[in-house]
Design a protein around this ligand. Structure first.
Ligand SMILES: [Zn+2]
Length: 177
């Protein structure tokens, strides 16, 4: 019986990875510069190219920042998994073809659907908006009676509180918009 893993080689797999992650040529995964030079090959995987970025001087290779780096499955298994996904094989069928555990294949196909380059989480601006809301409320802190008073016969303290409220309102409206 022919084993499909013996029919493909690492050189082709790495070429596929390069095509997928760098369709317009090699770019630095740190600063996205295309000013990179080749820096020899990996010690254990001779087909795995190393690079040096001329802009930020970071070293990286074909698999840096991909889901394949540091994974226990060989690259050819990942690429075959990707190939079978393209043929619409189920996780169960892929597991059989690659002689793998179905749970492992499930994990691999989930990761592959997210893309082969590891995504960095982006910060959201939600906390800032909440901070504005807190600021708005803080204008009345310690003066609960002033909230209900709109002008009227207030003492010196009361008038000052109303001026503060009027002054703070447009500013809050602008910052939240
Ligand atoms: Zn760089």
């Amino acid at each position: 019986m022919i084993h499909i893993q013996s029919l493909i080689d690492d050189a082709k797999c790495l070429e596929t990875v390069r095509d997928l992650r760098w369709p317009n040529g090699v770019h630095c995964p740190t600063c996205d510069s295309s000013e990179v030079t080749k820096q020899g090959r990996d010690d254990t995987q001779p087909e795995r190219q190393r690079y040096l970025c001329k802009s930020c001087e970071q070293r990286f290779d074909d698999l840096t920042n991909t889901i394949f780096a540091g994974h226990h499955q060989p690259l050819r298994v990942w690429i075959l998994c990707l190939y079978f996904m393209g043929l619409n094989l189920s996780n169960h069928q892929i597991a059989q073809e690659l002689d793998l555990n179905k749970d492992d294949v499930h994990q691999m196909t989930c990761q592959l659907r997210q893309g082969i380059v590891v995504q960095k989480p982006h910060p959201t601006l939600r906390d800032k908006v909440e901070c504005d809301e807190v600021y708005l409320v803080a204008g009345h802190t310690g003066k609960p009676n002033e909230v209900g008073k709109k002008g009227g016969a207030a003492g010196a303290d009361g008038s000052r509180a109303n001026v503060d409220a009027e002054r703070s309102q447009p500013r809050n409206r602008r910052s939240s918009g």
